[in-house]
Write a protein of this length. Structure first.
Length: 118
């Protein structure tokens, strides 16, 4: 049943993003930023943690989950290191995911053959 809820919640977040693309004049970049900021705000209000526990990867993998991860990293680092943690906590919490995405992107660019987009 956990897989079903992860699929439903993750799918609903994707549907929301697609509706924003189709029905508004927002650019994909603005929607991306809105999702990340929404994750931070929902995390700050204490609303995202219950959703993440309920839906698992369906809530933690999308962009809202990235915002939640950044917010939780900052909160943990501030509690541990004080005000300096506000500057470093988000980077520390998201370092593994950012490193994995950059490394994968680099490796795929090295082994892929570029071609004309037309």
């Amino acid at each position: 049943m956990n897989y079903v809820w992860a699929f439903v919640v993750g799918g609903a977040l994707c549907v929301l993003g697609q509706l924003l693309i189709d029905l508004t004049k927002l650019t994909p970049a603005r929607i991306l930023v809105a999702f990340v900021v929404s994750g931070v705000v929902l995390s700050a209000l204490g609303l995202y943690e219950p959703l993440a526990e309920f839906a698992g990867a369906g809530a933690t993998v999308p962009l809202l989950g990235f915002g939640h991860l950044l917010a939780q990293g900052v909160l943990d680092a501030v509690a541990e290191r004080g005000l300096l943690g506000a500057l470093t906590g988000g980077f520390t919490a998201a370092a593994a995911g950012i490193t994995a995405s950059l490394t994968t992107g680099f490796l795929l660019s090295v082994i892929s053959k570029s071609r004309d987009q037309s």
